[in-house]
Design a protein around this ligand. Structure first.
Ligand code: ADP
Length: 356
């Protein structure tokens, strides 16, 4: 059934109030000065960037809306940035919201009925969209209309509201938590991967230029290696190291400042934070290396399970310190090495493919 959501607010007409949305026109997006505005400034993610360039050009030349686009990847890798770049490249209006901000059908209907032709509607954390809203979104994405129920009970009637052709950009850190019917309605899917050190270095040098802070080439290389493959972290560390450099070194970020600052911030040569090491240490000391479930682990390390799963684990897994097995999380021998601890496990580790 198309409109299975409850319209709890009988008198509400969707066009009345676009709630829970931050509106930004293309040239108003100066809030984050480091955010690249166009594809050519977006570093890394080469294949995705090339493909998007083609799809955007084709849609623009045809005067059509870009197909709905699904962006998947850990936090801080550039999903929101890409959404605003797509809007800029398409010369389109951009509306942004995040799924937890959309509580009721009228929240979503209010935005959908206010989108304009060929504009971009960005929903962050789309895996957290409530099922009733998801159903409304299916129809909006596919048929460019919504069915709105006015009233309740026998006197209820349905109003069909046509929508302009728009592009939905959905972003998620957890592709597995997005229902198949929703993910199938996206025509373009992009997976964002962790950035390599060279890509992060060019992001750092670009950001240093914008922030007018001086960083040596070696300083930028070292910082890139310790930035967890993540531009958001690289930019954040750059700003903190600028503080250390301003106070201690006449404003120049060199390798000494990078080493000194990162040590003060609790970040090691591998880019791991204190909490990363605490997670690995907890699995070893309390759970003999694992397996341990995410809920139990999150309580043990005092971290929200979402943060553990979305932020910490993906990088630890990518770097080979942690493994997700059907029975839970297990550390690898590399984690024991990192912490200078002896691995007492033998045969069962070999069973899990965790050999030294
Ligand atoms: P996400 O939405 O995936 O959490 P964002 O798009 O908010 O990540 O990116 C975080 C920050 O990192 C942005 O403000 C931007 O300055 C920077 N950034 C992300 N990707 C890139 C990139 N490819 N090139 C340059 N800067 C980037």
């Amino acid at each position: 059934m198309k409109n299975s959501y409850d319209n709890e607010d009988e008198d509400f007409l969707p066009s009345e109030s676009p709630v829970a949305v931050t509106f930004q026109s293309a040239d108003e997006k100066t809030e984050n000065v480091l955010r690249p505005q166009y594809l050519e400034d977006f570093q890394g993610q080469r294949q995705l960037k090339e493909n998007l360039g083609v799809f955007i050009k084709a849609a623009r030349d045809r005067g059509e809306a870009l197909d709905h686009t699904f962006l998947i990847g850990p936090p801080g890798l550039g999903k929101t940035t890409l959404a605003s770049i797509i809007a800029n490249e398409m010369h389109s209006e951009l509306r942004m919201t995040s799924a937890p901000a959309l509580e009721k059908p009228k929240d979503l209907a209010g935005i959908l009925t206010n989108v304009t032709e060929n504009s971009i509607f960005f929903i962050d954390e789309i895996h957290r969209l409530r099922p009733a809203l998801e159903e409304m979104l299916y129809i909006a994405m596919e048929d460019f209309e919504i069915d709105w129920v006015i009233g309740q009970g026998p006197s209820a009637r349905t109003m069909r509201i046509p929508l302009p052709r728009f592009t939905l950009i959905g972003a998620t850190t957890k592709a597995g938590a997005v229902s198949t019917p929703l993910s199938e309605r996206f025509g373009i899917t992009g997976h964002l991967e962790y950035y390599d050190a060279d890509e992060l270095k060019s992001i750092i040098l670009r950001s240093a230029g914008i922030l007018e802070c001086r960083i040596t080439d070696e300083g930028a290389s070292l910082l890139a290696r310790c930035s967890r493959g993540t531009p958001r972290i690289a930019n954040r560390l750059l700003k903190r190291l600028r503080d250390f450099a301003d106070v201690m070194k006449g404003g120049v970020i060199d390798t000494d400042i990078v080493r000194f600052g990162l040590e003060k911030l609790g970040i090691d040569d591998n880019g791991l934070e204190k909490q990363d090491r605490a997670i690995l240490r907890t699995i070893i000391e309390y759970y003999q290396g694992g397996p341990v479930g995410a809920d139990t682990l999150s309580i043990s390390v005092g971290e929200a399970v979402e943060t553990l799963e979305d932020f910490y684990e993906p990088y630890l897994i990518q770097q080979g310190y942690l493994k997700r097995t059907p029975r839970g999380r297990m550390v690898t021998p590399k984690a024991y090495e990192l912490l200078g601890m002896k691995c007492e496990r033998g045969a069962d580790y070999a069973d899990q493919g965790l050999l030294f």
